[in-house]
Design a protein around this ligand. Structure first.
Ligand SMILES: [Zn+2]
Length: 560
């Protein structure tokens, strides 16, 4: 008997969908993912010896959730579940708190069973090999582990290597730093889509590099991770599935429930038009999300992870309805290759009492590994918002979270750029604006400045605009002096810039200016920039091609 009956008894929506299970398929129709029609069963068990097989004496675990991508059933007292599958279904266990699924060699969680008896259709990149007939019992091993309320996760936005050379950029620019810092003490990591850049043969070397971090690594599907020759969305994830498993799923870690979503809706090419993607979740996934959330207590923090920012997902209003009454939700994406904090309000149709925080994470590949190469031959890859490439460390504590930005190959306190001319005349001071780009800044940050050693603090004004340094770097590309490397993308508008006019009474001399930012989590960072004030311009002073920094962005300061 299905334990889901008991679940339905709690007023949850699980059982209702079981009725679909008996839909008949016309023999002339190809198996339809949306209509499960075969009975599948198995056990979730405590894998005491860690051999991934259920040995005599190894006990089933009751109360564990298992999904076929739409319905969720719960294991009974013996650890047994029953569900329904089609010939294109991935059955997966929803990792509960305090238990871990096995990992493969590349630290990828093994929490699923793919049932595609005929395998994936033939496409440019190989998908799932034929999986054969449905096994009598699909069993999921779990091993106990300690998961406190406080833990950290690493967030990688688009890593997006075009080829193995760019996997090496990632390894030397980011992974060496993460390994040197002992993965920042994180328990898990996630790549938020665009794991690779259309060449799906790069998944494997990429995974090997990520695995060096040494922690379980979850993956979100991005628009560059799909089979571009697929005629429709459901066949566009075949290669991804063969390596990472289901294109959407969920799991618990510590006190947090993670929902990993596929919001890349692929529209296959037609005879007259090329294929394209848009942001969307679709019916099946929405049904999974609804069933999933119905089993999550309201007081639990739900973290939704996706590739395309939520504000660009077509059917987001349906998702808003499912999460807006929850007091604790957070969502994150990547995809745009600039960092942004959205606070979604009723202007976008959100009806929750508090705005919903959506993080568009910094990307590992920055601006797609573009820009002049540095002393190691790695492009500086500055993002179009003027921020460096990097990653985030998110710390959880119950329902609270805190996001820390880390730039590639820079110390932890590299959190802003200060833009000032190197030299101004006394008369210039009155009209000289200092601009600061706080890479992880948001409308909830406060930024202020003072002249050291004891000038008064002055609040800076947040403005929307383009990073002035990045704009000038872009201009340099069109100038007479070659800058090397691939050209950067055009600058984007960003809302994490602050500005202020310099004090009008700066005396002649060299001054140190200090800037302090306090972020939404009350973390405080400071940085400094010097400026020379002269009576008359120095004749030997060459005007820098770029404002403020004289350092080529391609040459980051080394790790301290
Ligand atoms: Zn993308």
């Amino acid at each position: 008997m299905l334990r889901s009956i008991a679940v339905a008894g709690l007023g949850l929506a699980v059982l209702a969908h079981a009725t679909l299970a008996h839909d008949k398929h016309s023999p002339n129709q190809p198996p339809d993912k949306a209509k499960p029609h075969q009975h599948a069963q198995g056990f979730v068990f405590h894998d005491e010896n860690g051999n991934r097989k259920r040995d005599p004496g190894e006990k089933g675990i009751p109360g564990i959730k298992v999904s076929n991508g739409r319905e969720i059933v719960i294991t009974n007292a013996d650890g047994k579940y029953e569900t329904h599958v089609s010939d294109d279904t991935i059955v997966f266990v929803i990792k509960p708190r305090g238990w871990m699924t096995p990992l493969n060699r590349d630290k990828l969680p093994q929490f699923y069973y793919i049932h595609k008896p005929a395998g994936s259709p033939s496409q440019k990149f190989e998908g799932v090999k034929p999986t054969g007939p449905l096994p009598e019992s699909i069993d999921f091993p779990l091993m106990p582990q300690v998961e406190p309320d406080q833990f950290k996760a690493l967030l990688f936005g688009d890593t997006q290597p075009r080829n193995v050379q760019e996997v090496e950029y990632m390894a030397h620019d980011i992974i060496e730093q993460v390994v040197a810092e002992k993965a920042h003490g994180a328990s898990i990591g996630v790549t938020l889509g665009d794991i690779v850049f259309d060449d799906l043969s790069v998944f494997q070397p990429h995974n090997q590099a990520i695995a060096l971090i040494g922690i379980p690594w979850y993956n979100v599907l991005g628009n560059h991770d799909i089979n571009l020759d697929a005629p429709n969305d459901s066949m566009s994830d075949e290669t991804f599935e063969s390596i990472y498993g289901p294109n959407y799923y969920s799991f618990d870690y510590g006190s947090v429930h993670f929902l990993v979503l596929d919001d890349v809706a692929w529209q296959g090419a037609t005879e007259t038009a090329r294929g394209f993607y848009k942001g969307g979740l679709g019916k099946d996934q929405m049904e999974f999300i609804r069933n999933d959330l119905a089993l999550i207590p309201k007081e639990q923090l739900v973290v939704l992870m996706m590739h395309i920012p939520l504000v660009d997902v077509e059917d987001r209003q349906e998702l808003y309805r499912l999460i807006e009454e929850r007091p604790f939700t957070l969502s994150m994406s990547a995809h745009t290759h600039f960092l942004k904090h959205h606070f979604i309000t009723k202007e976008d149709g959100w009806m929750g009492p508090e705005p919903h925080h959506h993080i568009v994470n910094v990307t590992v590949c920055g601006s797609w590994w573009r820009g002049a190469p540095d002393e190691l031959g790695i492009p500086h890859a500055t993002m179009s918002d003027g921020g460096p490439n990097g990653y985030s460390i998110i710390s959880f504590d119950g329902t609270k979270y805190d996001l820390e930005f880390r730039a590639a190959r820079r110390p932890a306190d590299h959190q802003m750029n200060i833009y000032l001319p190197q030299e101004i005349t006394v008369a210039d001071a009155m009209t000289t604006t200092m601009v600061v780009n706080v890479f992880n800044g948001s409308q909830r940050s406060k930024v202020r400045m003072r002249i050291l050693p004891d000038g008064p603090w002055k609040d800076m004004e947040r403005v929307e605009g383009m990073d002035p340094y990045y704009v000038d770097m872009k201009k340099l590309e069109a100038g007479p002096t070659p800058v090397g490397g691939t050209t950067l993308p055009f600058p984007s508008m960003t809302d994490h810039l602050w500005r202020i006019l310099l004090p009008p009474t700066l005396p002649v001399g060299t001054h140190m200016i200090e800037v302090e930012t306090t972020d939404m989590d009350n973390k405080v960072y400071t940085d400094r920039e010097s400026i020379r004030v002269v009576a008359l311009p120095s004749p030997t002073m060459t005007r820098p091609a770029l404002p403020g920094r004289t350092v080529n962005p391609a040459f980051p300061s080394r790790r301290p």
